[in-house]
Design a protein around this ligand. Structure first.
Ligand code: ARG
Length: 500
C-alpha cells in the first residue's frame, strides 16, 4: 500500500529516518504482537455482534488477522511503522482494501488498544513468571529437606551469631519468595482489567459493548472511566515494584552464594555449568551467574525509577511519554524471569559443604547465648547478669586462645568470681553441652525456630502451601486456554450466521 495510513490527512510527508526511529515503538511492540491480534479480533467480533460493521467484512478481517499472525512479527514489521497497531492495520488494508480493512479501527483508538494489549500480554507474562517462581520455591523446599540436620552458623552483621541449620536458612529464603508470589498474584488482579472501548479518551458514540470485549479477552472487569483507562499505568508501576522486590530477594541469595563459594567461607560450590573461569588465572572458578544476578537487580530498580519518573506529573490523558514506559516493563519482566531460571538452576545442583559449616560453627562462640540462658535457668540470674558473665568468659577464652569446647566449669567460675563475685558451680558437661551447636539448635523448638523437627513441620506446611499456589496457577493457565477457545467459538458463530 502506498504511504502511511495515518499521514494522508492532517499531516503529510514521510518522517526522516531519524524521526521515524525516534518515534517508533515497533521494536518493543514484539511483546504485544500476539496480544494485539487477539485484541483486534475481539474488537471486530464485538463490532459485528453490535451491528456496527457488516458481518462479511468482519469475518474477512478476522481471517486476514489470522494470516497476519502466521506471517509473524518479523515479516509484518519488515518496513518501517510507527507501531505494531499501524503495521497490522496496514497489512490488513493491503490485503483487503481500505473499504473492508479500514473498518477495523471503528470505535476505538490506539490509546485504548495499546493499554489493552499491554495488560493482556503482561498477564500472560506474569503467569509464566509465577511458574518459574514456583519452580524456585520447590527447589528451595527440596534442598531444605535434605539439610534438616546440617548445622551452620547463623549470621548477624556477617558475624557468627547463633547456630542454625542450612534447612532453616534456605527455608527463610523460601518464605520471602512465597510473599513475592502472593504479591504478584495481587498485582495480577489489577493488571487484568480491560481499558478497551475507552477510545482515545472519551469512549465513542457507537453502541459498543465493552463488557463483551472484556469477556472475550479474559479480563476480569473494566478499567471503567475512559480517561483513567487510557492514561493509567499504575498497573505497570505495581508490577515493576513487585519485580524489584523479587529481584532483591534473588540478589540476596545470589550474594550469599558468592560469599559461600569463596575459600574463606567454603560453604558451597556452584555447578561448573553456572560458573566461569579466568582468561589468565588457570585455577579460577568464578560464580559469575550469581554476580550477574546481584547486578541485574539494579537494572530492575532502574526500570522502576524510570517508569515512576516518566509518570510523575504527567497530565491526563494519553501522552506519548507513555510509550517510553512500556519497554521498562518488558525489560524487567525478561530480566527477572531469567534471574529466576538461573538461580533455580544453580540452587538445584549447588554442592553445600555441610562439613565446613559444621567446623565453622564450632569455632565462633555462636553458642554463647545458650550458656547465658543456662545460667538464667540453673542459677536464677537475671539475663543481663548472665550476659555479662558469659561475655567476659568468651573474652577470656579468646585471649587464652581457647576454643568453645575447651571451656569448662572451672574457667566459668574463675571469670564469674572475678566479674560477679560468686562462682556458678556448674558441671563441665553442662557447660560443654550448652556450648555444643547441635544442642543449641535442638532446643530451639519454638514455632519458626531452627530445630530439625520444627523445620520439618514448617516444611510440611510449605509443601501444602506450594500445592495450593500451584493449583491457583493452574487455574490461571486454564483461563488463558479458554480465551483462545471462547474467541474461536464467537468467530465460528458468526461464520454460521453468514452461511445461514
Ligand atoms: N505506540 C503507542 C504507545 O506505545 C501506541 C499509542 C499511540 N497513540 C497515539 N496517540 N499516538 O503508546
Amino acid at each position: 500500500m502506498e504511504g502511511d495510513i495515518l499521514r494522508r490527512g492532517r499531516i503529510r510527508g514521510v518522517k526522516p529516518p531519524e524521526v521515524d526511529r525516534y518515534t517508533s515503538s515497533i521494536e518493543a511492540d514484539k511483546w504485544i504482537f500476539e496480544a494485539d491480534l487477539m485484541v483486534d479480533k475481539a474488537h471486530v467480533v464485538m463490532l459485528v455482534e453490535q451491528g456496527i460493521i457488516p458481518l462479511e467484512d468482519g469475518l474477512a478481517i478476522i481471517e486476514k488477522l489470522d494470516e497476519i499472525g502466521r506471517m509473524g512479527y518479523e515479516e509484518v514489521t519488515r518496513s518501517s511503522f510507527e507501531d505494531i497497531h499501524v503495521a497490522i492495520e496496514t497489512r490488513l488494508i493491503e490485503a483487503l482494501g481500505e473499504d473492508v480493512g479500514g473498518r477495523m479501527h471503528t470505535a476505538r483508538s490506539r490509546n485504548d488498544e495499546v493499554a489493552t494489549c499491554i495488560r493482556f500480554a503482561l498477564r500472560r507474562q506474569l503467569i509464566g513468571l509465577l511458574g518459574e517462581l514456583l519452580e524456585l520455591m520447590k527447589v528451595l523446599h527440596s534442598r531444605s529437606l535434605e539439610h534438616l540436620d546440617a548445622i551452620m552458623p547463623g549470621y548477624t552483621h556477617t558475624q557468627h551469631a547463633q547456630p542454625v541449620t542450612l534447612a532453616h536458612h534456605l527455608n527463610a529464603h523460601l518464605d520471602s519468595f512465597e510473599r513475592d508470589f502472593e504479591r504478584i498474584l495481587d498485582a495480577y488482579r489489577r493488571v487484568n482489567l480491560s481499558p478497551l472501548g475507552a477510545g482515545a479518551l472519551a469512549t465513542t458514540g457507537f453502541p459498543i459493548n465493552r463488557f463483551r470485549t472484556a469477556e472475550l479477552l479474559g479480563f476480569d472487569g473494566l478499567v471503567e472511566n475512559s480517561m483513567d483507562a487510557v492514561s493509567a499505568r499504575d498497573f505497570i508501576l505495581e508490577t515493576l515494584s513487585c519485580l524489584a522486590i523479587l529481584a532483591t530477594h534473588l540478589s540476596r541469595i545470589a550474594e550469599e552464594l558468592v560469599l559461600w563459594s569463596s575459600l574463606e567461607f567454603g560453604y558451597a560450590e556452584l555447578p561448573d555449568e553456572y560458573s566461569s573461569t579466568s582468561s589468565i588465572m588457570p585455577q579460577k572458578k568464578n560464580p559469575d551467574t550469581m554476580e550477574l544476578t546481584r547486578a541485574k537487580a539494579c537494572r530492575v530498580y532502574g526500570n522502576l525509577a524510570a517508569a515512576l519518573s516518566m509518570l510523575k506529573a504527567l497530565p491526563l490523558t494519553y501522552n506519548r511519554d507513555l510509550q517510553e514506559v512500556t519497554p521498562r516493563l518488558w525489560d524487567s519482566v525478561e530480566t527477572v524471569r531469567s534471574m529466576l531460571r538461573i538461580v533455580s538452576g544453580a540452587l538445584k545442583n549447588v554442592e553445600f559443604k555441610t562439613e565446613a559449616m559444621r567446623i565453622r560453627v564450632s569455632e565462633g562462640f555462636s553458642t554463647a547465648t545458650e550458656l547465658a540462658d543456662l545460667l538464667v535457668r540453673r542459677r536464677g540470674l537475671a539475663f543481663r547478669t548472665a550476659h555479662m558473665i558469659v561475655g567476659a568468659l568468651v573474652s577470656e577464652a579468646l585471649s587464652r586462645g581457647l576454643k568453645p569446647e575447651q571451656v569448662d566449669g572451672k574457667l566459668l567460675d574463675e571469670v564469674s568470681v572475678r566479674v560477679y563475685g560468686k562462682p556458678m558451680n556448674l558441671a563441665d558437661e553442662e557447660v560443654r553441652e550448652a556450648l555444643t551447636p547441635s544442642k543449641c539448635v535442638e532446643v530451639r523448638k519454638v514455632v519458626g525456630g531452627p530445630s530439625p523437627e520444627t523445620v520439618r513441620e514448617a516444611l510440611e506446611h510449605r509443601r501444602k502451601l506450594i500445592e495450593r499456589l500451584e493449583k491457583k496457577l493452574k487455574s490461571l493457565e486454564e483461563k488463558e486456554y479458554a480465551v483462545e477457545r471462547r474467541l474461536a467459538e464467537a468467530v465460528e458463530k458468526l461464520r454460521k450466521q453468514l452461511r445461514a
